[in-house]
Design a protein around this ligand. Sequence first.
Ligand code: NAD
Length: 319
Amino acid sequence: MFKVALIGEFQQVGKDLLEKNNINYFETLDYDIESLKLKLSDCDAIGVRTAKIPSEVLSHCSKLKIIARHGVGYDSVDIDYLNKHRIPLAITGKSNAVAVAEHVIALFLSLARRIIDSHFIVKNAEFSKKTLLDNTVELFNKKVLIIGFGRIGKEVAKRLSAFECEIFVCDPFLEKKGIDIKPYKFVDLQTGLKFSNFITIHIPLTKETKNFISKKELSLMKEDTILVNTSRGGIINQEDLCLALEQKKLLGAGLDVFTNEPPEGNDIILSAKNIVFTPHNAALTLECRKRMAIETIENILDHLQNNTNIENIVNKDIL
Ligand code: NAD
């Protein structure tokens, strides 16, 4: 009988699927390396939310046949180890694009309409101070740059179309393939940064994309630009962002992801101006958590039943 470990909290609908298929499973919220080494040593599959699974743990998993991420980012798992040992890594490719895309629109609108400042004016019984608020702006008719046009970037574009935005896409990998993205337009990064009013980032964190948006890129942006990052912390250089906001090089920023998660109390980012934070919960709507739990378990079951869903496997080459 197969044994499956679920690391982190999974919605019941996912666990029901395991039970229906008579799979022996356990759930753990203990992410300590030493206890993971012990607990995972006889598992055939691991479903994992945000816990880090380094090679130090993986090397103790002699029966491991698949790791299934509850999400699409996989920088928390040692992919080099998995490749070397020909263990597939699955993601929930169908589940979370819509939730993250809605979150991007929420951050754009909270910054553009100064929702947080407005809320506190009312709450502090200072209603008449509304005339002192800085200008609010609309999304209507604005130029928006989407960096990374994969699952999430595409869903963001669909939603922005309803606001009648002019949408530009920076994704050299897709552009090189000659893919038609009409009615949107491809643009190179530097040009896009220079003319966009709203910018949103949807690329993975890799060695190449670390500090992708730093001092130089921030200096190209317009003073009325609103920048949102829901991809991964580390893609934007946070110190450079703080300085750029301080110097009013851009209008505002929205961050769902941070270089250090959670940011410590003395993290410089927490003192930044004109910024809206959310605690890496763009994909954590109830609907999305249910979809991710189901898709994670489906990825495990399909693979254990020799019916691997290749579409969701990150390291397809090893199969
Ligand atoms: P995806 O793989 O479908 O799309 C990524 C796109 O980025 C691809 O089209 C790729 O060509 C493009 N790309 C890669 N490097 C690039 C570069 N240097 N410049 C421009 N484009 C580049 O991924 P996705 O499902 O859309 O997710 C994007 C990222 O969002 C994930 O990697 C993950 O880190 C993050 N994410 C965050 C949350 C959250 O809760 N905040 C949830 C889901 C995903």
